[in-house]
Design a protein around this ligand. Structure first.
Ligand SMILES: CC(C)(COP(=O)(O)OP(=O)(O)OC[C@H]1O[C@@H](n2cnc3c(N)ncnc32)[C@H](O)[C@@H]1OP(=O)(O)O)[C@@H](O)C(=O)NCCC(=O)NCCS
Length: 391
């Protein structure tokens, strides 16, 4: 007999400890390291965790944490960042992980959460569940050597160094400012995630112009491997970008290699001659619409259409809907008729701006004809979403 239910407090702690350590860490762990594998207690309290039990034994689990997110310029205070999807090896390939995630969709819907995101172990598993893939973030690898001439330039402004714990308010305020202009950007503000960030500790280099924080970099430095790992590199303007690059140049005798995580729209190879940037990428984020009627108010281009939405895992999204531009923003209503079919993947791809509608028929995401495709392009111009948070 199987049953899916929410777990909290000690039960949540114990089950996640067992399931996540086996799924995500090199195991078995020496006893003393046991408490390293679970998220902080504060983080668990703010998360929603569901577990599938079979004969009262936990078999599969999945959780989500609330996160604010920018969707085409509208800031949603709460979307769902899904993490900790795991099943016991004895229970795999029986559809249990899928059942728990489907249950999470229902809970999100009831909680009024319209959007969910996650990082995939395998994209196809989540695409079948309705998610679409974001462009991968870039990881730029280069030596700071080529940036040395910047040290001789008189750059306006200055960089101040602190730890993330000391500078946390500056960091979080800057992330919120950045989120206002970055499509797709999610920011955790809950206590548990903040504690986790502080617990891991990072350097925070903030670039100031006229005493205003106008850019920042979050990084770790390992003089043994000679790698400076830059997880966040954001700037308001070119002055602060070069101020931050000059900061990197100061590490030339300490760090052989800079590894920098970047928005896919960044072109680091053009920043300075002889940087010899190697680009790679990692960890595809995916996103999904959980509630079609929760998309009102998102800024879009001109146009209107009706579609029959197909959503195997969220039955409340099934049926005909009209999507129209009402005074510059999206308005969604139930409708009598539909111009074409659209799967939830197709709608999610339009919303995030990740796929051209001409590809939908090939992906089995819908059947808009060429006129409808033109309307969809006008209403949902292509964009490069960037999730920012990792989880
Ligand atoms: C990834 C993981 C969660 C999958 O769990 P699971 O319970 O096996 O997942 P499901 O059974 O729902 O689905 C897995 C596959 O089995 C298939 N499957 C489901 N029922 C099946 C059955 N009765 N017979 C055969 N295959 C079946 C599913 O179709 C799916 O394949 P697909 O993606 O090609 O469609 C599990 O392997 C795990 O814990 N891995 C380690 C941690 C990890 O990577 N987590 C994911 C983080 S995003």
């Amino acid at each position: 007999m199987s049953q899916i239910r929410r777990v909290q407090d000690d039960e949540q702690d114990t089950i996640l400890h067992q399931q996540l350590s086996y799924a995500f860490w090199p195991t078995p762990l020496p006893a003393k390291q046991d408490d390293l594998v679970i998220p902080t207690r504060e983080m668990l309290q703010e998360a929603t965790t569901y577990v599938l039990f079979e004969n009262e034994q936990p078999q599969a689990t999945a959780s989500y944490s609330p996160m604010s997110q920018n969707i085409r310029g509208r800031i949603y205070p709460t979307t769902a960042a899904v993490w900790g999807v795991a099943s016991h090896p004895e229970a795999r390939r029986k559809g249990y992980a899928r059942q728990v995630i489907t249950e999470l969709f229902r809970v999100m819907y009831e909680e009024g959460i319209p959007i969910t995101t996650l990082y995939a172990f395998r994209e196809s598993f989540y695409v079948r569940l309705g998610y679409v893939t974001f462009p991968l973030r870039h990881i730029a690898t280069f030596s700071p050597q080529a940036l040395l001439p910047l040290l001789k330039q008189k750059l306006e402004g200055q960089v101040r160094l602190s730890t993330i714990s000391e500078g946390f308010t500056i960091y979080q305020d800057y992330m919120r400012k950045r989120q206002l202009t970055t499509h797709g950007m999610g920011v955790f503000s809950n206590v548990g995630r903040v504690e986790l960030l502080k617990k891991n500790e990072f350097w925070l280099a903030t670039a100031y112009l006229n005493e205003e924080p106008c850019g920042l970099m979050r990084y770790k430095l390992d003089p043994i491997t000679g790698v400076m790992n830059v997880m966040v590199f954001y700037y308001d303007n070119q002055s602060t970008k070069y101020l931050l690059l000059e900061w990197l140049a100061r590490h030339v005798d300490q760090a052989k290699t800079i590894e920098m995580r970047l928005h896919p729209g960044e072109l680091p190879e053009t920043w300075y001659p002889d940087l010899n940037v190697q680009l790679s990428s990692k960890d595809a984020p995916l996103a999904r619409v959980v509630n079609v009627l929760g998309l009102d108010g998102i800024p879009i281009g001109p146009g209107a259409f009706s579609a029959q939405i197909r959503d195997l895992y969220c039955p409340w999204n099934e049926g005909n809907f009209r999507f129209e531009n009402a005074e510059g923003v999206l308005k969604v209503t139930r409708s009598e008729r539909a111009d074409f079919e659209l799967s939830i993947q197709g709608l999610s791809a339009l919303l995030f701006g990740t796929h051209d509608p001409a590809s939908f028929a090939l992906r089995e995401w819908g059947s808009p004809d060429s006129n409808a495709q033109e309307t969809l392009r006008q209403m949902f111009p292509p964009l490069l979403p960037y999730l920012h948070e990792t989880f």
